[in-house]
Each structure stands twice: as structure tokens, then as C-alpha cells.
Write a protein that binds this ligand. Structure first.
Ligand code: GLN
Length: 528
């Protein structure tokens, strides 16, 4: 059987890859620094663009925007964010079966860079059809590129630690810090350029960031990653492998043809798309995709008993992660509106832009990620590894605390008849608890996918992980959009529902910790 290079250790019998002995990057393998900086720039570009999108599309023609209706503009952003994460599924699949993780990441970086420059260049093409084609083509390229890059770069992080365990969790916490360094800088820099100098300067800056990531990856990957992720997992039977490749190519071409058709018809003005209606239907499509995917893996994935149990654990983690993200991804919607409309943002006579509140979360991650990385290692040393469901349950609980604060804040606003501005500390406090929750769940979730997934599906399981973000981003967008300064009483209700959902989910998962631990027991010796 032709083995994937990293399969040598997946069964527990092989020699761990040399990367695990390498401690050149803060005690971690040097390959982590390559992945850290590549992902940092990718997130710089993603989060740098995101807040500009809605402002730009909704800005009037005179202000250089497209003059779209606000509801449509924000629904487009919701669909875009959701598609970015959804694309992880085919992206992981292509890497597992066709390209290998490494090449998939490289192509992803190329497509994302091209996408940002296409959006940047749309400024030269004007605000008419040509400009819109460049703009939406750019978004499409970013969706495809992120699908290839994001799940697979995370999967290679896992590969750096064949021994698994707390050190891998710590590695993911450091990686997560890179994500948020990029997010933090992106939101400040491209936001400033886009809003103060000109939209397309902001867009182009995001592209320059991704180009930096592409250059770093191209130059540093060969020397620091060894042969990790350099080949796809091939089926032992070449005939089956060839058939699978054929199937993948056909499905991809089918998807591309449908997208191209819709794109061309919309560009020619032959169909008009209502983003809000599409967004509503998409929730069902996403949940349906998860159900079909898991059913397929269980029935046709050729899994043994232990693998089936671990995939069942992934299903559970997926559901609870989707609940978490549905709350957390309200940051750019309901919490953003709360910052804009009901928060006192003046400090010493200077009024902070509402969008600055978006980077509070990244700032807390940067401050707290090292603490958490150390915490997991210390906990593991002293009292044994906390299991992933235990950490997830804590994550949901802390996010619940964050939204609990928002109930009080919202009630203050309602008591004041909507005419009071509450202290910014409510939001800061809420983001603090949400970030603590995020750090219990998100890096741990990434790490768990690499541990629990059967080796041959690891890229796809990362895709599944991001499918939970896709569902959450969409729901966070749809419910967050319901916050309306005209209908004040909706606001405490939204935050109460969110808090209750999180707390109930935390309690249910806490009750499941012991049975899940038992299911996780049967695992490959090398991957704890
Ligand atoms: N902020 C993290 C990232 O960008 C997680 C986002 C998510 O998965 N919803 O990777």
C-alpha cells in the first residue's frame, strides 16, 4: 500500500516525524512558524476585507459604493462569510484525494491573492457592470481559495505533532494567536485605508497582505515542513484511485459550471438574486450537507469500529460548535449595531469608530492565547488532559456569560427608552468572556479534528469543522440582523435566547462528557 507520508505514524507503529523533535519556534517545530505567518496574513486579508464589504456595497454611488440596499448588502456579506467556510469541505476533499495538503494551501493562497486584487482593481473598472463583475469575481476567488487554504493549513498544524496530546493543543493555541494577530491588524489597517483614503486602497492592502503570506509560504515551506502533507492519501487500488479522482473532477466541474452560469446570468441582468431570501434557504442547505456528509462517511467510508466511534464524537462536537458560532458570529451584526447605536464611544472628546470594537476580540485572544496554551499543558501535567467535550462545555458556558452581560446592558438601554448610551465596558466584558469561551473551544476543536479523524479524511474533517462556522456565521447574520433600534424590546429577547441556548448546550454537553470520553478511548496509540 502506498502510504501517505504522515500515515507512517498514524497507526502508532512508525517513527515520529523529525518535526516533533524540532523546538525552534518557541519550543515548537519551526514548521509552525511558517504556518503561523501564512495564516496570519490570510486572516489579515479576510478580516481586513470583511468590515469594508458591507460599508462599501451600501455606500451610495456618490460615495464611491454600489448603492445597494443595506439589508441586501449585509445578507451578501453573511452569504459570503458562510460560503468561505463552506468551501472548506470541497477544499479538504481535494487536498485529501487530489492535491495533498501542501499544494492545496499554495493554490489557495494564489486564488485568495488574485481575488483581493480583482476586488482592488474593480475600482478602476467603475461602479457599473464591469466593476461589479470584478468585485464579485474577486469574492468568488476568495471563497474558493480559502476553501483550499484554511482547513488544510490547520490539518498540517496537527501533522507537526505526531505525538498528539497537550503539546498539539498548545501548538494550535499558538497558531490561533497568529490568526488573531492578522485579524487585529487587518481590521485596523484596511479599515482605516478603506474608510479614510478610498475603498480600493483598503481592498488592495488586503491583497498585499495575502501576497506576503504567499511569498512566506512558498519560500519557507520546503525547508521547515519536510515532507508533511506533500502527497494526497492514495487508495491502495490504483483503479479505485483513478475512479475517485474522476468523480472529484466531475463534481468540481459541475459546481463550477453552475456557479459560472448563475454568475453570467446575473451579470447580464437576466436573473435578479435576493440575498436575504437566499440566506434563509442556505441554512437548510448547510445542515442538510452535514447530515448527508456524515451519513456518507458512516456508510461508505470503510471505517472500522473505533473510527466510527471517533467520527460520532466529531458529529457531537460539530453540533455544539455550530451552536457556539451562532452566538459568537453575532459580533459583526447584533453586537456591532449595539456598539454603533447604544454605546458611549467617546474617550476624552474622541469618538471611536464602532468598527474598532470588532478588534477587541482579537486583542483578547492575543493576550490570552499564551495563557491558555500554558494552562492546557499545566493541567495535563498535574491532573491529566481535560477532554475536548469538557473544554467545549466550558467554552459554551463562558460565551453564555458574555451574552448574560448583554442582557443587562440591553435592559439598561430599554429602560432609558433607547436614548441612553451605556458604558463601553459592557461590550468589552462581553467580548472578554466570549474570547475565553472561544479559546476553550476553537483551537481545541481544530486540534480534536486532527486527533479524531481517520487519517485519510483529515482534510475533509477540517472542512466539517469549518462547516460548523459556516452554519454559525449564517445564523449569527440572520438573527443579528433582527436587532432594530426601532423595535427595542427585541434586543433583550435576542440576548436572552442566545444566553439560554449557550447555557443549556453547556449543561447538556457536560452531561455527555463521560460517555464521550469512553467513545474516544479506542484510538490510535500515537494520537492521544
Ligand atoms: N476567528 C477564527 C478564525 O478566523 C475562528 C472563526 C470561525 O471559525 N468562525 O479562524
Amino acid at each position: 500500500m502506498s502510504k501517505h507520508p504522515s500515515q507512517a505514524y498514524a497507526g502508532g507503529g512508525g517513527i515520529p516525524h523529525a518535526a516533533s523533535q524540532d523546538t525552534g519556534f518557541f519550543g515548537h517545530p519551526r514548521g509552525l512558524s511558517t504556518l503561523f505567518f501564512t495564516e496570519m496574513w490570510e486572516r489579515f486579508s479576510y478580516y481586513g476585507l470583511r468590515p469594508l464589504l458591507v460599508l462599501f456595497m451600501a455606500a451610495s454611488l456618490a460615495q464611491g459604493g454600489f448603492g445597494f440596499d443595506r439589508g441586501q448588502a449585509s445578507a451578501i456579506v453573511g452569504i459570503y462569510g458562510s460560503l468561505v467556510y463552506l468551501a472548506s469541505l470541497p477544499g479538504g476533499w481535494v487536498a485529501d484525494r487530489l492535491l495533498g495538503l501542501r499544494r492545496a494551501i499554495w493554490w489557495g493562497a494564489v486564488l485568495i491573492t488574485a481575488g483581493h486584487f480583482s476586488i482592488g482593481l474593480s475600482g478602476l473598472a467603475g461602479q457599473g457592470t464591469a466593476g461589479k463583475v470584478c468585485f464579485f469575481l474577486g469574492l468568488l476567488l476568495i471563497v474558493c481559495g480559502t476553501g483550499l487554504l484554511k482547513p488544510n493549513i490547520s490539518a498540517i498544524v496537527g501533522d507537526l505533532y505526531p505525538e498528539g496530546g497537550a503539546r498539539r493543543d498548545a501548538g494550535f493555541s499558538i497558531f490561533y494567536m497568529g490568526i488573531n494577530l492578522g485579524a487585529f491588524a487587518g481590521q485596523l489597517i484596511t479599515g482605516f485605508l478603506g474608510e479614510r483614503i478610498g475603498w480600493h486602497w483598503g481592498f488592495t492592502a488586503a491583497g498585499v497582505g495575502m501576497l506576503a503570506g504567499l511569498v512566506i509560504y512558498t519560500l519557507r515551506a520546503p525547508g521547515t515542513l519536510g515532507d508533511l502533507g506533500s502527497k494526497p492519501t492514495l487508495h491502495p487500488d490504483p483503479a479505485v484511485q483513478a475512479r475517485q479522482e474522476g468523480q472529484i473532477k466531475m463534481v468540481l466541474m459541475g459546481i463550477a459550471a453552475v456557479i459560472a452560469l448563475v454568475f453570467i446570468l446575473a451579470a447580464l441582468g437576466m436573473i435578479s438574486l435576493d440575498a436575504q431570501v437566499i440566506g434563509g434557504y442556505m441554512t437548510f442547505v448547510l445542515v442538510g450537507t452535514a447530515v448527508v456528509y456524515f451519513a456518507y462517511i458512516f456508510m461508505f467510508g470503510e471505517l472500522d469500529g473505533g473510527e466510527k466511534k471517533r467520527v460520532a464524537v466529531i458529529v457531537v462536537l460539530f453540533v455544539f460548535a455550530a451552536i457556539f458560532w451562532s452566538a459568537f458570529e453575532q459580533a459583526p451584526t447584533s453586537l456591532n449595531l449595539f456598539a454603533a447605536d447604544f454605546t458611549d464611544r467617546t474617550i476624552g472628546g474622541f469618538e471611536m469608530p464602532a468598527t474598532w470594537f470588532q478588534s477587541i476580540n482579537s486583542a483578547f485572544v492575543i493576550l490570552l492565547a499564551p495563557v491558555f496554551a500554558a494552562l492546557w499543558v499545566t493541567l495535563a501535567r498535574n491532573r491529566g488532559d481535560l477532554s475536548s467535550p469538557a473544554k467545549f462545555s466550558a467554552g459554551l458556558f463562558f460565551a453564555g456569560l458574555g451574552f448574560l452581560l448583554m442582557i443587562f446592558a440591553a435592559n439598561k438601554v430599554v429602560a432609558g427608552g433607547g436614548n441612553v448610551l451605556v458604558s463601553p465596558w459592557w461590550l468589552v466584558g462581553s467580548y472578554f468572556f466570549q474570547t475565553v469561551g472561544e479559546l476553550c473551544l476553537s483551537p481545541v476543536g481544530l486540534s480534536s479534528m486532527t486527533k479524531l479523524s481517520p487519517r485519510k479524511f483529515v482534510g475533509q474533517m477540517m472542512g466539517i469543522w469549518f462547516l460548523a462556522s459556516s452554519v454559525g456565521t449564517l445564523i449569527g447574520g440572520l438573527v443579528g440582523g433582527h436587532v432594530d433600534p426601532e423595535k427595542l424590546d427585541q434586543m433583550p429577547r435576542l440576548f436572552t435566547t442566545t444566553t439560554l441556548s449557550l447555557m443549556i448546550a453547556a449543561a447538556v454537553l457536560a452531561a455527555l462528557i463521560v460517555p464521550i470520553r469512553r467513545m474516544m478511548q479506542e484510538r490510535p496509540a500515537a494520537s492521544s
